[in-house]
Design a protein around this ligand. Structure first.
Ligand code: ZN
Length: 481
């Protein structure tokens, strides 16, 4: 029966009814931009079975035809830092050109369960790290939550030798189960010793898995500042050999960002594998009950209470309201990031883009970065402010993230590229019109300017409209070991 089907396929494939160059879907005459080969020319793309079959200067025929004349055709964006991992968040991601959403900073303590919960139910591709934060919370005996609160054991208590061994065991187990990298939020686990962090890096190094780190301290103020924190993780990377990826370098380093970009470039010049990440906004967001607000955060971040927006009510905080809300589990939006920090990070070749986005559909709280990061890069920072060229922006949002992960998770070698053989994760957009629409008041407004977004060859945005009746997202996962 199998042989008969094969023969039939061969016959039909050569027959007159299906001429050569007949694809499931073709994208005709777009400005194809491939950041790996640097191709930037009018081409047509043929897609069959979820894969790019050809990128051609000749005309192509397909069962579905997308006219991309005047539009850019680029690899779909890979969000390295996407906390929102449910249907509501995937809609915002798809509408912003993201075809693969990865939770790599916080990650999970249970890799199998995390992937099982999303299999066959996702609009976009999804993936996760083994997370030092949730592993530490589980081992130390905290209740399950997105992040530890300041008084939880994961933030407040050092691990015993036995607990450290258990943390290491679970981290190694997570990488064996296909987590794409290892995540850290040292500021949320402030009592974790530097030795514990180094031990975790050593495990990541066994797998060539990158360490995606939210660093231990903010700002410039000595002695416990972000320079010290960056030295901690550069040292851990140098000693262990694990690749280092510093998440949201601008919101942690604030005014020290340009100096820290220099350190990261110098580490690379010494032969180290170090990258960083930025989102294109002047405010961060986190839980007010977390370790970020331990110690003298006003001095560290060089801000005051009034620089915190409380989305639950729309108010700016005071000393009194800060104290009142400190133990609340709501999000705070923190206007702490100097514009120079964003611009310097965006222009730096080792810095990739990650949204750090989450929309909480129950609390109805979020930051505009969840829905707007990628269109904002293309509209504001490429077109309007000309902080970086279009090809470089595309690289930082697609190929760069794929390359970051492909040593441990080789399936990323087929992502972030518009080339024959690559996965058909693609965006088709109008470079003259693309722009973000989400704001601090209205963080879920969809971005504008994406004509098509394809996930594994299936349109999730079609003629500018979101498609809600498809679930083409697949697991982005490292091999089981
Ligand atoms: Zn973070």
């Amino acid at each position: 029966m199998k042989r008969l089907t094969l023969l039939l396929l061969v016959f039909v494939g050569c027959g007159p009814q299906a001429p050569e160059g007949d694809y499931d879907l073709v994208i005709l005459n777009g400005r194809v931009m491939d950041p790996e080969t640097k191709l930037d020319a009018v081409r047509s793309v043929g897609v069959t079975g979820g894969r790019i079959e050809t990128v051609s200067a000749a005309p192509l025929r397909g069962r579905t035809v997308i006219d991309a004349h005047g539009l850019v055709v680029a690899p779909g964006f890979i969000d390295l830092h996407s906390h929102g991992q449910d249907a509501a968040n995937y809609v915002l991601k798809a509408a912003d050109g993201v075809t693969t959403a990865l939770e790599l900073e916080v990650g999970t303590a249970d890799v199998d369960r995390w992937y099982a919960e999303r299999a066959g139910k996702s609009l976009v591709n999804f993936g996760v790290s083994i997370g030092h934060i949730p592993v530490r919370m589980a081992v130390m005996g905290d209740k399950e939550a997105f992040l530890p609160q300041t008084s939880d054991k994961a933030n407040a208590e050092a691990a015993t030798d036995a607990q450290l061994e258990e943390i290491k065991k679970r981290l190694r187990d997570g990488l064996k189960k296909g987590a794409v990298c290892m995540g850290f939020g040292i500021q949320y686990t402030g009592a974790a010793a530097r030795w514990e962090i180094l031990e975790a890096f050593r495990i990541a190094a066994e797998f060539k898995a990158s360490c995606h780190v939210h660093m231990r301290h903010n700002g410039r103020k000595e002695p416990n500042n972000s320079t010290h924190a960056l030295e901690e993780v550069i040292a851990a990377s140098a000693v262990s050999g694990a690749p280092l990826h510093v998440v949201h370098i601008h919101s942690t380093s604030v005014a020290a960002t340009p100096r820290h970009l220099q350190m990261i470039a110098e580490a690379k010049a010494r032969g180290m594998d170090v990258t960083a990440e930025v989102y294109p906004y002047l405010a961060g967001m986190t839980k007010l009950n977390s370790g970020v607000f331990d110690g003298n955060w006003r001095e560290a971040l060089e801000i005051d209470y009034k620089d915190i927006l409380w989305p639950a009510t729309g108010e700016r905080l005071t000393a009194e309201t800060f104290a009142k809300y400190r133990s609340s589990d709501d999000y705070a939006i923190i206007f702490s990031i100097p514009e120079i920090a964003v611009n310097a990070a965006l222009a730096h070749p080792q810095v990739l883009i990650g949204s750090d986005g989450i929309w909480d559909p129950v609390k109805k709280q979020g930051h505009p970065r969840c829905a707007g990061t990628y269109a904002r890069i293309l509209g504001k920072y490429v077109r309007q402010d000309q902080v970086l060229p279009l090809m470089e922006a595309i690289r930082k949002m697609s190929l760069g993230p794929a390359q970051r992960l492909e040593h441990h998770a080789p399936m990323f070698k087929k992502k972030g590229r518009v080339q024959a053989g690559a996965d058909a994760d693609l965006v088709v957009f109008d470079a003259a019109k693309i722009i973000d629409r989400s704001t601090y008041d209205n963080p879920t407004k969809h971005s504008e300017g994406f004509a098509y977004v394809l996930v594994n060859g299936v349109p999730v945005v079609k003629d500018g409209a979101l498609q809600s009746d498809v679930l083409p997202g697949k697991a982005a996962r490292a091999p089981l070991r």
